[in-house]
Design a protein around this ligand. Structure first.
Ligand code: A3P
Length: 297
Protein backbone atom coordinates (compact mmCIF):
# COMPACT_ATOMS: atom_id res chain seq x y z
CA UNK A 1 0.00 0.00 0.00
CA UNK A 2 1.17 3.50 -0.72
CA UNK A 3 1.50 5.80 2.28
CA UNK A 4 1.74 9.13 0.50
CA UNK A 5 -0.98 11.68 1.17
CA UNK A 6 -1.58 15.34 1.69
CA UNK A 7 -1.53 16.09 5.38
CA UNK A 8 -3.09 19.30 6.66
CA UNK A 9 -3.17 18.86 10.40
CA UNK A 10 -3.36 15.64 12.32
CA UNK A 11 -4.57 14.94 15.83
CA UNK A 12 -2.18 13.74 18.53
CA UNK A 13 -3.31 10.98 20.82
CA UNK A 14 -3.35 11.72 24.54
CA UNK A 15 -4.36 9.42 27.40
CA UNK A 16 -7.61 10.03 29.28
CA UNK A 17 -8.34 7.53 32.08
CA UNK A 18 -5.74 5.28 30.46
CA UNK A 19 -7.37 5.40 27.01
CA UNK A 20 -5.77 7.23 24.07
CA UNK A 21 -8.08 9.84 22.55
CA UNK A 22 -7.47 12.45 19.85
CA UNK A 23 -6.33 15.62 21.59
CA UNK A 24 -9.44 17.63 20.63
CA UNK A 25 -11.72 14.82 21.88
CA UNK A 26 -9.70 14.59 25.11
CA UNK A 27 -10.17 18.32 25.68
CA UNK A 28 -13.94 17.98 25.48
CA UNK A 29 -14.15 14.74 27.43
CA UNK A 30 -15.18 16.24 30.77
CA UNK A 31 -18.21 17.92 29.21
CA UNK A 32 -19.10 14.73 27.32
CA UNK A 33 -18.83 12.75 30.52
CA UNK A 34 -21.30 15.08 32.24
CA UNK A 35 -23.85 14.76 29.41
CA UNK A 36 -27.32 13.87 30.72
CA UNK A 37 -29.23 11.90 28.09
CA UNK A 38 -33.00 11.61 27.92
CA UNK A 39 -34.46 8.18 28.67
CA UNK A 40 -35.64 8.06 25.03
CA UNK A 41 -32.11 8.58 23.64
CA UNK A 42 -30.71 5.64 21.71
CA UNK A 43 -26.97 5.10 21.83
CA UNK A 44 -25.04 3.34 19.05
CA UNK A 45 -21.59 2.40 20.30
CA UNK A 46 -18.75 0.93 18.25
CA UNK A 47 -15.02 0.77 17.85
CA UNK A 48 -14.33 2.87 14.71
CA UNK A 49 -14.93 1.25 11.32
CA UNK A 50 -17.21 -1.49 12.58
CA UNK A 51 -20.31 -0.48 10.62
CA UNK A 52 -21.67 2.25 12.88
CA UNK A 53 -22.77 4.52 10.01
CA UNK A 54 -24.69 1.60 8.49
CA UNK A 55 -26.39 1.01 11.83
CA UNK A 56 -27.17 4.73 12.22
CA UNK A 57 -28.88 4.78 8.82
CA UNK A 58 -30.91 1.67 9.64
CA UNK A 59 -32.00 3.05 13.01
CA UNK A 60 -32.99 6.42 11.53
CA UNK A 61 -35.08 4.61 8.90
CA UNK A 62 -36.63 2.34 11.54
CA UNK A 63 -37.65 5.36 13.61
CA UNK A 64 -39.21 6.96 10.54
CA UNK A 65 -41.15 3.99 9.22
CA UNK A 66 -38.70 3.47 6.35
CA UNK A 67 -39.43 6.90 4.86
CA UNK A 68 -36.53 7.54 2.46
CA UNK A 69 -37.40 11.21 1.98
CA UNK A 70 -37.43 12.03 5.70
CA UNK A 71 -34.15 10.18 6.08
CA UNK A 72 -32.61 12.42 3.45
CA UNK A 73 -33.48 15.51 5.50
CA UNK A 74 -29.81 16.01 6.44
CA UNK A 75 -26.44 14.23 6.30
CA UNK A 76 -26.14 11.21 8.56
CA UNK A 77 -23.86 13.10 10.99
CA UNK A 78 -26.64 15.62 11.59
CA UNK A 79 -29.55 13.18 11.78
CA UNK A 80 -27.64 11.04 14.26
CA UNK A 81 -24.93 12.68 16.29
CA UNK A 82 -21.43 11.66 17.38
CA UNK A 83 -21.47 12.47 21.08
CA UNK A 84 -17.80 13.37 21.33
CA UNK A 85 -17.60 15.30 18.02
CA UNK A 86 -15.74 18.60 18.35
CA UNK A 87 -15.62 21.76 16.27
CA UNK A 88 -12.19 20.75 15.02
CA UNK A 89 -13.90 18.37 12.59
CA UNK A 90 -17.56 19.47 12.64
CA UNK A 91 -19.37 22.79 12.39
CA UNK A 92 -20.85 22.19 15.84
CA UNK A 93 -19.86 19.95 18.70
CA UNK A 94 -21.93 16.84 19.33
CA UNK A 95 -23.20 18.34 22.58
CA UNK A 96 -24.37 21.52 20.83
CA UNK A 97 -26.04 19.55 18.05
CA UNK A 98 -27.91 17.45 20.60
CA UNK A 99 -29.41 20.51 22.26
CA UNK A 100 -31.30 21.25 19.03
CA UNK A 101 -32.56 17.75 18.35
CA UNK A 102 -36.03 16.44 19.09
CA UNK A 103 -36.45 13.07 20.79
CA UNK A 104 -35.99 10.27 20.14
CA UNK A 105 -32.36 11.23 19.50
CA UNK A 106 -29.91 8.75 18.01
CA UNK A 107 -26.45 9.25 19.45
CA UNK A 108 -23.24 7.52 18.44
CA UNK A 109 -20.07 7.03 20.42
CA UNK A 110 -16.69 5.38 20.02
CA UNK A 111 -15.98 5.57 23.74
CA UNK A 112 -15.25 2.26 25.47
CA UNK A 113 -17.87 1.05 27.93
CA UNK A 114 -16.20 2.42 31.05
CA UNK A 115 -16.17 5.94 29.53
CA UNK A 116 -19.81 6.04 28.40
CA UNK A 117 -21.47 8.87 30.38
CA UNK A 118 -23.19 7.44 33.46
CA UNK A 119 -26.50 9.05 32.50
CA UNK A 120 -27.02 6.47 29.75
CA UNK A 121 -26.98 3.70 32.33
CA UNK A 122 -28.94 5.69 34.94
CA UNK A 123 -31.70 6.38 32.42
CA UNK A 124 -31.66 2.84 31.03
CA UNK A 125 -31.28 4.19 27.49
CA UNK A 126 -31.48 1.69 24.66
CA UNK A 127 -27.97 0.83 23.53
CA UNK A 128 -26.81 -0.89 20.37
CA UNK A 129 -23.24 -2.10 19.99
CA UNK A 130 -21.86 -3.11 16.60
CA UNK A 131 -18.68 -5.15 16.36
CA UNK A 132 -16.69 -6.30 13.32
CA UNK A 133 -13.92 -8.84 13.09
CA UNK A 134 -10.55 -7.36 14.02
CA UNK A 135 -8.76 -7.93 10.73
CA UNK A 136 -11.37 -6.21 8.55
CA UNK A 137 -11.71 -3.45 11.12
CA UNK A 138 -8.02 -2.65 11.04
CA UNK A 139 -7.89 -2.61 7.22
CA UNK A 140 -10.86 -0.25 7.15
CA UNK A 141 -9.30 1.91 9.88
CA UNK A 142 -6.02 2.12 8.00
CA UNK A 143 -7.70 3.54 4.90
CA UNK A 144 -9.86 5.79 7.05
CA UNK A 145 -6.88 7.32 8.83
CA UNK A 146 -5.29 7.96 5.46
CA UNK A 147 -8.30 9.82 4.11
CA UNK A 148 -9.34 11.56 7.35
CA UNK A 149 -6.62 14.16 7.39
CA UNK A 150 -7.42 15.18 10.99
CA UNK A 151 -6.95 11.68 12.37
CA UNK A 152 -3.53 10.52 13.57
CA UNK A 153 -1.06 9.65 10.81
CA UNK A 154 -1.45 5.89 10.16
CA UNK A 155 2.13 5.37 8.96
CA UNK A 156 3.08 2.26 6.97
CA UNK A 157 0.67 -0.71 6.98
CA UNK A 158 3.04 -3.07 8.78
CA UNK A 159 3.61 -0.67 11.65
CA UNK A 160 -0.12 0.12 11.76
CA UNK A 161 -0.81 -3.56 12.50
CA UNK A 162 1.63 -3.34 15.40
CA UNK A 163 0.04 -0.17 16.71
CA UNK A 164 -3.32 -1.96 16.69
CA UNK A 165 -1.86 -4.97 18.53
CA UNK A 166 -0.16 -2.76 21.11
CA UNK A 167 -3.08 -0.45 21.86
CA UNK A 168 -1.39 2.57 20.30
CA UNK A 169 -4.39 3.69 18.24
CA UNK A 170 -7.29 5.76 19.56
CA UNK A 171 -10.17 4.54 21.76
CA UNK A 172 -8.16 1.86 23.57
CA UNK A 173 -7.51 -1.70 22.53
CA UNK A 174 -10.05 -3.04 20.04
CA UNK A 175 -10.05 -6.27 22.10
CA UNK A 176 -11.10 -4.48 25.31
CA UNK A 177 -13.66 -2.38 23.44
CA UNK A 178 -15.59 -5.32 21.96
CA UNK A 179 -15.25 -7.41 25.14
CA UNK A 180 -16.36 -4.57 27.42
CA UNK A 181 -19.81 -4.28 25.84
CA UNK A 182 -20.09 -8.03 25.19
CA UNK A 183 -19.61 -8.96 28.83
CA UNK A 184 -22.22 -6.43 30.00
CA UNK A 185 -24.76 -7.01 27.24
CA UNK A 186 -27.25 -9.03 29.23
CA UNK A 187 -26.99 -7.16 32.50
CA UNK A 188 -27.31 -3.78 30.81
CA UNK A 189 -29.71 -4.74 27.99
CA UNK A 190 -27.25 -3.90 25.21
CA UNK A 191 -28.30 -5.06 21.75
CA UNK A 192 -25.05 -6.53 20.42
CA UNK A 193 -24.71 -7.02 16.69
CA UNK A 194 -21.97 -8.21 14.35
CA UNK A 195 -21.12 -6.63 11.00
CA UNK A 196 -20.73 -10.09 9.49
CA UNK A 197 -24.27 -11.06 10.56
CA UNK A 198 -25.60 -7.89 8.95
CA UNK A 199 -23.81 -8.79 5.73
CA UNK A 200 -24.98 -12.38 5.85
CA UNK A 201 -28.63 -11.68 6.58
CA UNK A 202 -29.49 -7.98 6.74
CA UNK A 203 -33.22 -8.62 6.97
CA UNK A 204 -32.85 -10.77 10.09
CA UNK A 205 -30.69 -8.07 11.73
CA UNK A 206 -33.03 -5.22 10.77
CA UNK A 207 -35.94 -7.20 12.24
CA UNK A 208 -33.98 -7.87 15.45
CA UNK A 209 -33.17 -4.17 15.70
CA UNK A 210 -36.83 -3.21 15.22
CA UNK A 211 -37.82 -5.64 17.98
CA UNK A 212 -35.19 -4.27 20.35
CA UNK A 213 -36.48 -0.74 19.68
CA UNK A 214 -40.07 -1.90 20.35
CA UNK A 215 -41.13 -1.03 16.82
CA UNK A 216 -43.70 -3.04 14.98
CA UNK A 217 -43.19 -2.49 11.25
CA UNK A 218 -44.75 -4.18 8.24
CA UNK A 219 -42.80 -6.62 6.08
CA UNK A 220 -42.83 -4.03 3.30
CA UNK A 221 -41.25 -1.40 5.49
CA UNK A 222 -38.58 -3.84 6.65
CA UNK A 223 -37.86 -4.80 3.02
CA UNK A 224 -37.58 -1.15 2.07
CA UNK A 225 -35.13 -0.45 4.90
CA UNK A 226 -32.99 -3.43 3.90
CA UNK A 227 -32.93 -2.18 0.31
CA UNK A 228 -32.17 1.44 1.22
CA UNK A 229 -29.24 0.40 3.37
CA UNK A 230 -27.38 -1.90 0.98
CA UNK A 231 -23.77 -0.85 0.52
CA UNK A 232 -24.50 0.30 -3.03
CA UNK A 233 -27.52 2.39 -2.09
CA UNK A 234 -25.79 4.03 0.85
CA UNK A 235 -22.71 4.70 -1.28
CA UNK A 236 -24.93 6.48 -3.83
CA UNK A 237 -26.86 8.40 -1.17
CA UNK A 238 -25.23 11.80 -0.52
CA UNK A 239 -26.96 11.95 2.86
CA UNK A 240 -25.35 8.66 3.93
CA UNK A 241 -21.99 8.50 2.16
CA UNK A 242 -20.29 11.32 4.10
CA UNK A 243 -19.72 13.34 0.92
CA UNK A 244 -20.91 16.43 2.80
CA UNK A 245 -17.85 16.34 5.08
CA UNK A 246 -15.47 18.95 3.60
CA UNK A 247 -12.70 17.42 1.55
CA UNK A 248 -10.12 19.21 3.70
CA UNK A 249 -11.22 16.75 6.40
CA UNK A 250 -12.37 13.64 4.52
CA UNK A 251 -10.23 13.49 1.40
CA UNK A 252 -12.28 10.88 -0.41
CA UNK A 253 -9.94 11.00 -3.40
CA UNK A 254 -7.52 9.05 -1.17
CA UNK A 255 -10.13 6.50 -0.12
CA UNK A 256 -13.91 6.58 -0.12
CA UNK A 257 -15.72 6.56 3.22
CA UNK A 258 -17.96 3.89 1.70
CA UNK A 259 -14.87 1.99 0.63
CA UNK A 260 -15.68 -1.70 0.03
CA UNK A 261 -18.18 -2.88 2.60
CA UNK A 262 -17.09 -6.50 2.49
CA UNK A 263 -16.19 -9.34 4.81
CA UNK A 264 -12.66 -10.77 4.38
CA UNK A 265 -11.07 -7.84 2.55
CA UNK A 266 -8.24 -8.40 5.07
CA UNK A 267 -7.07 -11.25 2.83
CA UNK A 268 -6.05 -8.65 0.26
CA UNK A 269 -3.87 -6.83 2.78
CA UNK A 270 -2.30 -9.14 5.35
CA UNK A 271 0.71 -11.20 4.27
CA UNK A 272 0.66 -14.76 5.68
CA UNK A 273 3.36 -13.70 8.18
CA UNK A 274 1.38 -10.66 9.32
CA UNK A 275 -1.77 -12.76 9.70
CA UNK A 276 0.08 -15.39 11.76
CA UNK A 277 1.56 -12.78 14.11
CA UNK A 278 -1.78 -11.02 14.41
CA UNK A 279 -3.64 -14.27 15.14
CA UNK A 280 -1.18 -15.29 17.84
CA UNK A 281 -1.59 -11.96 19.61
CA UNK A 282 -5.39 -12.12 19.11
CA UNK A 283 -5.64 -15.55 20.72
CA UNK A 284 -3.85 -14.30 23.83
CA UNK A 285 -6.03 -11.22 24.20
CA UNK A 286 -9.35 -12.91 23.42
CA UNK A 287 -8.92 -16.29 25.05
CA UNK A 288 -11.04 -15.51 28.13
CA UNK A 289 -14.13 -14.81 26.03
CA UNK A 290 -16.04 -16.87 23.55
CA UNK A 291 -17.14 -14.30 21.01
CA UNK A 292 -18.56 -15.48 17.69
CA UNK A 293 -16.41 -13.33 15.40
CA UNK A 294 -16.14 -14.47 11.80
CA UNK A 295 -13.35 -13.37 9.47
CA UNK A 296 -15.09 -14.77 6.40
CA UNK A 297 -18.59 -15.81 5.42
P1 A3P B 1 -14.81 -0.62 4.61
O1 A3P B 1 -13.76 0.42 4.85
O2 A3P B 1 -14.29 -2.00 4.87
O3 A3P B 1 -15.47 -0.50 3.30
P2 A3P B 1 -18.04 3.03 10.40
O4 A3P B 1 -19.31 3.55 9.85
O5 A3P B 1 -18.19 2.41 11.74
O6 A3P B 1 -16.95 4.04 10.30
O7 A3P B 1 -17.61 1.80 9.46
C1 A3P B 1 -17.25 2.03 8.11
C2 A3P B 1 -17.19 0.71 7.39
O8 A3P B 1 -18.52 0.21 7.23
C3 A3P B 1 -16.57 0.84 6.01
O9 A3P B 1 -15.94 -0.40 5.73
C4 A3P B 1 -17.84 1.05 5.17
O10 A3P B 1 -17.68 0.81 3.80
C5 A3P B 1 -18.75 0.02 5.83
N1 A3P B 1 -20.17 0.24 5.51
C6 A3P B 1 -20.86 1.39 5.60
N2 A3P B 1 -22.12 1.20 5.18
C7 A3P B 1 -22.23 -0.09 4.80
C8 A3P B 1 -23.29 -0.89 4.25
N3 A3P B 1 -24.47 -0.38 3.99
N4 A3P B 1 -23.02 -2.19 3.99
C9 A3P B 1 -21.81 -2.72 4.26
N5 A3P B 1 -20.77 -2.01 4.76
C10 A3P B 1 -20.98 -0.71 5.03
Amino acid sequence: MSDDQTVISRARLVPVKGILLADHVAEGFEAVSAFRPLPSDILIAAYPKSGSTWTQEIVDLLLHDGDAEICRRAPINERTVLLEATTVVRRQSGLDQLKKMDPPRVIKTHLPLQMVPAGFWDNKCKMIYIARNAKDTIVSLYYYQKMNTFSPEPGPWDSFIHKFMHGELGWGYWHDHVKGFWEEREKRNIHYIFYEDMKENPRREVERLAKYLDLSLSDDVISRIVELTTFKNMKDNPMANQSSVPKEIYNQSISKFMRKGEVADWKNHFTPEQAAEFDEDYEKKMKQVDMPFRTQL
